[in-house]
Ligand binder design. Structure first.
Ligand code: SF4
Ligand code: SF4
Length: 277
């Protein structure tokens, strides 16, 4: 018998002995108003603590024999439920409503965005550029990623970055899922109700002309100022006509090039309307 099976049978024994009986001898089912976030059913939890380490946000707390999920820290990523770590299935999904639903669509890799139909963070980024041709010749795709497991990001940090780019004349790519959250396209301000919401990470995509690359460093420094989470940047570049990388030409000989990049090899070049990538 493995650890999970042991915990399950142990819990079943406790539940059978402790379950309150109704007038006809039936076990009572806990009832109450729906909970608006992922939570732990305290009547089912046996306090084993197994779920604590699985949470990428550190949102599950176990203290004094009780275990619970901190609603404000939970990003609704679903990891605790999806992994079936709980031997008694005490973790409940909750009934999410707007704007909390944002947490799930940006953090749960199985939850597709309604706006884009893409699960995970709601964007394919450069992966399908052969087909989408979002990142075109003469431009640099700038990806700003906010948050990562352990820290996450709030949408107020997302707004900060969008606003700084907007003030320099760069709007988010229309295919990016954050576009639907923008209240004021002139400034990049997001809908106020989303600012305190949290996601594991959010990927922002901008298109900047190659001629503006020398200004990028200052722009990114300004965007990162005041952001309260990890801020990482990557560039999406089209290959030169001879197949070589334009990275050194654009960013100079001293720029740090991470070898583990993503490369599109142009397999969709035969599709009508697609340019060779
Ligand atoms: S849904 Fe994700 S963030 Fe929330 S408690 Fe579960 S694992 Fe943690
Ligand atoms: S929710 Fe499940 S895994 Fe977490 S402490 Fe309770 S019984 Fe253990």
């Amino acid at each position: 018998m493995n650890r999970r099976e042991f915990l399950k049978s142990w819990a079943a024994g406790i539940a059978a002995a402790a379950a309150p009986l109704g007038p006809a001898g039936c076990k009572k089912t806990p009832s109450g108003p729906p909970v608006a976030h992922r939570h732990i059913d305290s009547s089912a939890c046996i306090g084993c603590g197994e779920c604590v380490t699985i949470c990428p946000m550190g949102a599950i707390v176990s203290e004094g024999g009780e275990t619970w999920i901190e609603p404000d820290e939970c990003a609704e990523c679903g990891t605790c439920s999806r992994t079936r770590i709980c031997p008694v299935e005490a973790i409940r999904p909750g009934v999410l409503s707007w704007p909390r639903t944002l947490r799930e669509v940006f953090s749960n890799p199985l939850a597709p965005h309604k706006a884009t139909g893409v699960p995970g963070r709601g964007t394919e980024g450069i992966k399908t550029n052969d087909v989408t041709n979002r990142y075109q010749e003469g431009f640099v795709g700038v990806f700003v990623e906010l948050g990562r497991p352990a820290l996450g990001t709030r949408f107020r940090d997302v707004e900060r970055v969008v606003k700084v780019f907007r003030a320099r004349g760069y709007a988010l790519l229309p295919e990016n899922p954050v576009c639907g959250l923008i209240e004021d396209p002139a400034t990049g301000a997001l809908k106020p109700e989303v600012l305190g919401e949290k996601a594991v990470s959010v990927l922002l995509e901008f298109l900047v002309p190659e001629s503006a690359v020398p200004d990028l460093e200052g722009l990114l420094e300004e965007a990162a100022r005041g952001v309260e989470t990890v801020f990482s940047v990557s560039a999406a570049l089209r290959a030169e006509p001879d197949g070589s990388s334009p990275f050194r030409r654009l960013f100079g000989p001293d720029a740090f090039l991470l070898p583990a990049g993503k490369v599109n090899v142009g397999l969709a070049a035969g599709i009508p309307g697609c340019k060779e990538g």
